[in-house]
Design a protein around this ligand. Structure first.
Ligand code: BQF
Length: 291
């Protein structure tokens, strides 16, 4: 079993980005600048946004965090997005999800300029991704591709089974793994909550990507020998073994399945850190495409 070490790989990528920033600035360019909007004060969202701001500092980017109370109106949020769209100093803009129920996430996503949409969620960028045109790939799928590529995981002709059809992971992953490219060229099965005989399908997976949000859902009896498992789940559970009082669990029962795997991502330290690294990579691309 080989561990797909996302923490190390993400650090390698951040190092590469930091070097590029230094070159960019030495040539008289300006630092890439990411703006993030956070609505409310959900604990997990705070953690994610803080991780993104810290990662910007690490690689020499500028960052701006705009905070709103959870009762902010949709109108006010949209007008802040418009302001950032028109701010020539800012290269990339993300709105931390999820948003409060009274705000239409689709409307907010569509308000972000596709040129600054470094999360790759805008419908026009999803369209470009689907047609294999250059664009900002959604960060988590991009991070998974990068992990597969940097560990030389074979994908051509393999059966890739995806569990979960979310707009930010499962759905785009199904499109990317089917593309005529590397990583890609897989035969893809996209499974979800209404799938019948799930175990029968996961047992035939050469590459299994799990993103359904149920802690330790995938067990050894559901996979075949030699499988490559990508675990996208991160459920916070209470723990008296950590000093923070909680720990993260993946969608895969790691200890149960690890001995059957050719490759597997850990949680934490697998896909999560790669998501952050890919957000930085997209922001660098956005900054460079302006010159
Ligand atoms: C790690 C996210 C669900 C909903 C909205 C490192 C992150 C997570 C884990 C992280 C996520 C998940 C992010 C680890 C960003 C990934 O060490 O394992 C980093 O910050 N993520 C998000 O912004 O919004 C989400 C998951």
């Amino acid at each position: 079993m080989q561990l797909l070490d996302g923490k190390k790989t993400a650090n390698d990528i951040k190092e590469e980005i930091a070097i590029e920033v230094t070159t960019l600035v030495a040539k008289g360019g300006k630092k890439p600048h990411l703006a993030a909007i956070l609505v409310g004060s959900d604990g997990a969202s705070e953690t994610y946004v803080n991780a993104k701001v810290k990662a910007c500092e690490r690689v020499g980017f500028d960052s701006t965090l705009v905070r709103f109370d959870s009762d902010v109106s949709e109108e006010e949020l949209l007008s802040e997005i418009e302001k950032i769209n028109n701010n020539l100093d800012i290269d990339g803009l993300i709105v931390q999800l999820p948003l409060p129920k009274h705000i239409d996430e689709m409307k907010v996503t569509e308000a972000i300029s596709p040129k600054k949409d470094v999360d790759g969620f805008h419908p026009s960028n999803i369209g470009r991704m689907t047609l294999n045109s250059p664009t900002f790939l959604p960060a988590t799928p991009a991070g998974i591709l990068e992990l597969l590529e940097r560990h030389k995981v074979e994908t051509v002709g393999k059966h890739c089974v995806i569990v979960g059809r979310s707009n930010i992971v499962g759905l785009p992953m199904s499109i990317l793994m089917a593309q005529k490219s590397y990583p890609g060229n897989c035969t893809v099965t996209l499974t979800h909550s209404r799938t019948q005989n799930l175990k029968k399908i996961t047992k035939t997976a050469d590459i299994l990507i799990v993103a359904l949000g149920k802690a330790e859902f995938v067990t050894a009896d559901m996979v075949k020998d030699g499988v490559c498992i990508i675990d996208v789940g991160i459920t916070r559970v209470k723990s008296d073994k950590t000093k923070s009082g909680w720990k993260l669990l993946g969608d895969v029962a790691f200890e149960s399945v690890k001995d059957k795997c050719s490759f597997i991502t850990p949680v934490p330290g697998g896909v999560g850190p790669m998501t952050i690294a890919m957000l930085l990579k997209n922001t660098l691309i956005a900054a460079k495409s302006k010159t």
